[in-house]
Write a protein that binds this ligand. Sequence first.
Ligand SMILES: Nc1ncnc2c1ncn2[C@@H]1O[C@H](COP(=O)(O)OP(=O)(O)O)[C@@H](O)[C@H]1O
Ligand SMILES: [Mg+2]
Length: 364
Amino acid sequence: MPVAIDRLTLTQFRNHAATRLDGTGKLNLLFGENGAGKTNVLEAISLLAPGRGLRRAALADIPRSTSGEGFGVSAMINCADGREPVQIGTGSEAQRPGRRLVHVNGAASPANALGEWLGLSWLTPAMDRLFMDSAGARRRYLDRLALALDPGHAGQAARYDNALRERNRLLSDEAEPDPDWLEAIEAQMAECGSALSRTRAALVDALGTALDRLPDQPFARPTLTYHAGGPLARDELADALRASRRQDRAARRTLTGPHRDELEVRMASKAMPASECSTGEQKAMLIAITLAHAELAAGERPRILLLDEVAAHLDPLRREALFERLRAGTTQVWMTGTERAPFAAIGNQAATWKITQGEARRAS
Ligand SMILES: Nc1ncnc2c1ncn2[C@@H]1O[C@H](COP(=O)(O)OP(=O)(O)O)[C@@H](O)[C@H]1O
Ligand SMILES: [Mg+2]
């Protein structure tokens, strides 16, 4: 299996003026001080897929602040299925900083063209509070995982949200909402909402199957349960929405549908809600889900796993087990850390760069 990404370049990308990483491996390590620009490299990679990347940043915040130019990220992708390698890139122009440009082999392409090339998974310190966070944060998390498997998922979610907002507006602002208009809005919610819930349910199912293959230790194996906020079938969802108009009007919001979906996570060995587990156990469960996700749909598109500051939170036993999994898999992995020492066990197999103030120097 050739590595997924080769020859990565960042241009005016946050604190990187012009950084080029050649000779990437299956395992890649970036180390350097706080603020050196390690996470920025992972963010750049995350923008080689649809969506807003691992910081969910506004495009206009990304160009290097003193440059006055747009930003660029580009990479050579080795395809899994024997097709010729392809050069993909994304970025912005100074004149229109909010517009995302995409090119494939040098030709301007629509933004969704990026969905075709890579399947990305990532784990960052910002996700550490996921189990303590709101149900909405876990829905966004699920949707991001789904996006790596189905590039059309984000569009369904956006269309559902638009229709939901319009229905809530009609029900709370209008004395006599036009029933035909309500019917049309609910039909759209049922169409997109059903697709959304089914994709989420199938994803949780597939993750559950992958997680069942894991031992309980050393990563605290989680069990995932998906609670749908409304009927999964399109016609039933439409009926449920129609039947709840009066009630929703009183509540001034829609009480049925996938915007009420819940992802419940428990630690398998204790059946303990994840939110009540220790910080270390929560991290271990997140790693287990991330690894399971990285293995889903492997083979269709090259897979990339971004692990930001993961080793620092693990004891040596769990760290070694993580490295063992990463070595055994086919996924290309990008890891960061402030120090090199925790990676000693994997270091001689990883392409390594020292990052200093927005510059990368090959360290092995
Ligand atoms: N648009 C930008 N222009 C210039 N510098 C930026 C921009 N956005 C973020 N930075 C800087 O990038 C630096 C490195 O960030 P980061 O990659 O998160 O560091 P770390 O190596 O700790 O992961 C930070 O000091 C931040 O101020
Ligand atoms: Mg960082």
